[in-house]
Design a protein around this ligand. Structure first.
Ligand code: B3K
Ligand code: ZN
Length: 877
């Protein structure tokens, strides 16, 4: 397994042979499943005659092989660790193979595996090669016919892609179902599910009047938890018809919930497989955030039916072609369904914390990488979220109408094909008539562009000069960067009127909110007829995925927070203002100087709290301080203790100064109404719970009483979980312990709630958190084989509990490295993800750097999967 070799984009060639039709038969058995495959193959018209046939295959035991019905002699083919070569084949032929695989031994959860008692598959990106010998690449698209044979009692339900065409009994208590998928697809979209499942069924009539059966398949005990996913699916289907003109194309659409799953969900054609955490909800078990996440993921996977399945990727370097576009689509759907400004704030706040950190670390890569060792490592925030930001910029550059025309063109022209990012952007160019060649650099250049802006108001000439300078820092393999085409949406807010001033640039009048285009390293924009001194509101709505610096004074920020017409930038001004105060306090903490609260932040919060906000969810966001992770992102050197102390100090100072205001907001937003995951209720709950956090910040009698009452009222999981977190994260173990016990006992039977129970405890700032992690790893509800548990316990501790993970004694690092070493054997994909916090060692002091690197070295000394190998190599490069 040592020194795996990279794959390069520049080496792309079409396959020597393509598959036009694939027939599969699975005879299921936990230890010895037999897979028969008949592939209808033909030479690719662009490749020469006489080439050998090479197929991918891993961990397969070959039992039989024949071409056009003739079994092959041993010297006619060769088997290796990763595939099969047949030396001589005709131009068109049938290949029959039979292999044996062991689903029960598959802990990597790629290919065919068992989750609890059921069989399921995960084939993206390269899992199909663990099922049968096949050209496992997305540019080979075939129709599929799949027969699944199972035990009639243990596996009464047998599912695959497309439509069921035949079923019947077999001897020995076995039965079978045959499925046909008429849409040509790459094998990464193949799926099979078999088990004792129950279904919830609904119907949808498409815009052209076709009837579609919708099914959600779950284990019996989860039957009451599918309503929200079903409603979300129907909303998503309607939205895609109305917004993109895209209709569903099969008679049935199925979703299956499985407990052991590496990611959130998978868009297999007609048979989406979901992590149960991404589909099951109930007011008593799922929070508002979970309800919204389910809605977003159901929509995302559904939208892939066009952006990904009907039109797919030529090779895995193009992954963002489907993921960036589909994330953009699901973001817009959620914005349309809930509060658009809050959706944008949440997405950007997450993006600036997590994607910026990825871009600044050793695994930084472009949206379209040019090489990889293990493609599974590239399902990243850069491919997904930055990819979505780039599609959003495109939509804004060409305008929605042209974007929609471009999208229609893309879906029509490339239907049934495997294409590239150039094909997509090309359609946008044709539809808009714009030259997007400079814009394409966003796809090839890694790193977060930094813009330094400054402005001057010239009273005498009524002019405002704005100077913008861009620079993208070096990233691994990319020392030099070219200037990007960066759209900056902006307004000039008059300091007298508090209003957006009319913008005139080069004699052209642009309205009060406009986009300017930064294309050079440095550019000057002179706005004329500016009647009063303005404060600029820049990159409104986060118009480009950049870091934008402007020397705002605290008064400027308080002014924007009160007056900016752009809700997003009002929130951002508040974040910037809080950051200035936090910076001072971090410095004070480090220097051992007494901390003093900035009164401007207090007054800004007072104003926010006194206003009657029409969007409570936005107000809740504005009252939320930047997270420790976000604050850390802004520091040259991360001091986790100083950050924690500074943030806690701000929170407590605000809590003391504005106690009555928080109490009033809390009381005003309490409700006994039955729970519904609807925008108004969610907004009120989030505002109430933000207020409650402040009321608990100083841990006085009244705050404690309110939190305990909310916990005991047991009204819905959002409120219960929030109250539990406040109790467990307080300094009072006498409050934490009984609440944890009660919650743990009540929900011992529900794995998704137990995940929350794990996370809440191991993210507490108290010094026992690390010992708790070790203790909970022995808990009967915990298993290293279940990715949700690993994320809930280890991922939450290492990613969110910054003070304890970065303990000066290095015990946090050691714990994570131990887990990575074990997971490297069990589930390399999860191992390579969970390691992320260790790879960010450059950001810490020397002592911590040494400790983190020592753990990375310890991991490197192991026999590593390509997944972990690639990440560790980069981290130590
Ligand atoms: N396309 C899947 C990704 C699964 C890959 C796991 N190795 C999920 C999604 O983006 O919809
Ligand atoms: Zn996706």
């Amino acid at each position: 397994m040592s020194d795996p070799k990279p794959t390069y984009l520049r080496d792309y060639r079409p396959p020597a042979y393509r598959v036009t039709h694939t027939e599969l038969t699975f005879d299921l058995d936990p230890a010895a499943t037999r897979v028969k495959a008949r592939l209808h193959l033909e030479r690719h018209p662009e490749r020469e005659s006489g080439l050998p046939l090479t197929l991918d295959g891993e961990r397969l035991v070959l039992k039989a092989i024949a071409i056009d019905g003739q079994p092959l002699e041993e010297d006619e083919y060769a088997l290796t660790e990763d595939g099969l070569t047949v030396h001589r084949v005709p131009e068109r032929f049938l290949l029959d193979t039979e292999v044996e695989i062991a689903p029960e031994a598959n802990t990597a959860l790629e290919g065919l595996y068992q989750s609890g008692g059921m069989y399921c598959t995960q084939c993206e990106a390269e899992g199909f090669r663990r099922i049968t010998y096949y050209p496992d690449r997305p540019d080979v698209m075939a129709t599929f016919a799949t027969t699944v044979i199972g035990d009639a009692k243990r596996e009464p339900v047998l599912l695959s892609n497309g439509n069921p065409v035949e079923r019947g009994e077999l001897p020995g208590g076995r039965h079978f179902v045959t499925w046909e998928d008429p849409h040509p697809k790459p094998c990464y979209l193949f799926a099979l599910v078999a088990g004792d499942l129950e279904k919830v069924e609904d119907r949808f009539t498409t815009m052209s009047g076709r009837e579609v059966t919708l099914q959600i398949w779950v284990e019996a005990e989860n039957l009451g938890k599918t309503d929200h996913a079903m409603a979300s699916l129907k909303r998503a289907m309607t939205w895609d018809e109305q917004t993109y003109g895209r209709e569903y194309d099969l008679d049935r659409f199925m979703i299956v919930a499985v407990n052991d799953f590496n990611m959130g969900a998978m868009e297999n054609k007609g048979l989406n497989i979901f992590n149960s955490a991404a589909v099951l909800t109930h007011p008593h078990t799922a929070t508002d955030a979970a309800f919204q996440r389910v809605e977003g993921i159901v929509a995302h996977e559904y939208f892939h039916n066009w952006s990904g399945n009907r039109v797919t990727c030529r090779d895995w370097f193009q992954l963002s072609l489907k993921e960036g576009f589909t994330v953009f689509r699901d973001q817009c759907f959620s914005a349309d369904t809930n509060s658009a400004p809050v959706k944008r704030i949440e997405d950007v706040s997450f993006f600036r914390t997590a994607q910026f950190a990825e871009d600044a670390g050793p695994t930084a890569h472009p949206i379209r990488p040019d090489h990889y060792i293990e493609i599974t490592n590239f399902y990243t925030l850069t491919i997904y979220e930055k990819g979505a930001e780039v599609v959003r910029m495109l939509r804004n550059l060409v305008g929605w109408e042209a974007f929609r025309r471009g999208s229609d063109r893309y879906f029509e022209r490339f239907d049934g094909q495997a294409v590239t990012i150039e094909d997509f952007v090309g359609c946008m160019e044709e539809a808009s008539g714009q030259d997007l060649s400079q814009f394409m650099r966003w796809y090839s250049q890694a790193g977060t562009p930094e813009i330094d802006a400054h402005g001057e108001y010239d009273y005498a000439n009524a002019e405002y000069r704005l100077i913008l300078r861009q620079r993208t820092p070096a990233t691994p393999d990319q020392p030099d960067k070219l200037p990007l085409h960066i759209p900056i949406r902006l307004g000039l807010v008059g300091t007298k009127s508090g209003r957006d001033l009319p913008l005139t640039l080069d004699g052209e009048s642009l309205g009060t909110d406009a986009v300017i285009h930064l294309r050079e390293d440095e550019q000057e924009f002179v706005f004329t007829e500016v009647s009063e001194a303005p404060v600029p509101s820049l990159a409104r709505g986060f118009s480009a995925p950049v870091k934008l610096r402007f020397p705002y004074g605290r008064e400027d920020l308080a002014f924007l927070l009160a007056n900016d017409s752009d809700g997003f930038n009002r929130w951002d001004a508040g974040q910037r203002l809080a950051m200035l105060a936090l910076d001072d306090l971090i410095a004070a903490h480090r220097n051992g100087v007494e901390k003093v609260m900035d009164s401007r932040v207090v007054e800004a919060f007072r104003t926010l709290l006194s206003q009657d906000s029409d969007d409570k969810a936005v107000l809740a966001e504005m009252l939320t301080l930047p997270s420790e992770a976000y604050i850390a992102e802004q520091q040259p050197l991360v001091d986790v203790d100083a950050i924690h102390a500074a943030r806690t100090f701000v929170k407590q100072s605000l809590a003391m100064a504005l106690r009555d205001e928080f109490l009033a907001v809390f009381e005003a937003n309490r409700s006994e109404a039955p729970y519904a995951p609807e925008p108004e209720q969610i907004a009120a709950r989030s505002l109430k719970n933000v207020a409650l956090s402040y009321l608990m910040a100083i841990e006085d009698e009244e705050g404690i009483e309110l939190v305990q009452r909310q916990f005991a009222a047991d009204h819905n999981m959002t409120d219960v979980r929030h109250a539990l977190t406040l109790l467990v994260h307080s300094s009072r173990d006498d409050l934490a312990e009984p609440a944890l016990r009660r919650f743990g006992e009540k929900w011992a039977h529900d794995p998704l709630v137990m995940d929350q129970w794990f996370s809440i405890q191991v993210t507490r700032p108290q010094p026992d958190a690390l010992e708790r992690v070790k203790f909970l790893m022995e808990h009967p509800a915990f298993s290293l084989k279940n990715p949700n548990k690993v994320r809930a316990l280890i991922g939450a501790f290492a990613g969110q509990n910054r003070v304890n993970f970065h303990r000066a004694d290095g015990e946090g690092y050691r714990l994570l490295a131990d887990v990575v070493i074990e997971l490297n054997r069990l589930n390399p994909e999860i191992a390579a993800r969970i390691i992320t916090p260790l790879t960010r060692w450059q950001r810490f002091d020397e002592a911590r750097q040494a400790l983190m690197k020592a753990e990375l070295e310890r991991i490197r000394a192991e026999e590593l999967s390509p997944n972990v190998y690639e990440v560790v190599q980069k981290a130590l490069a």
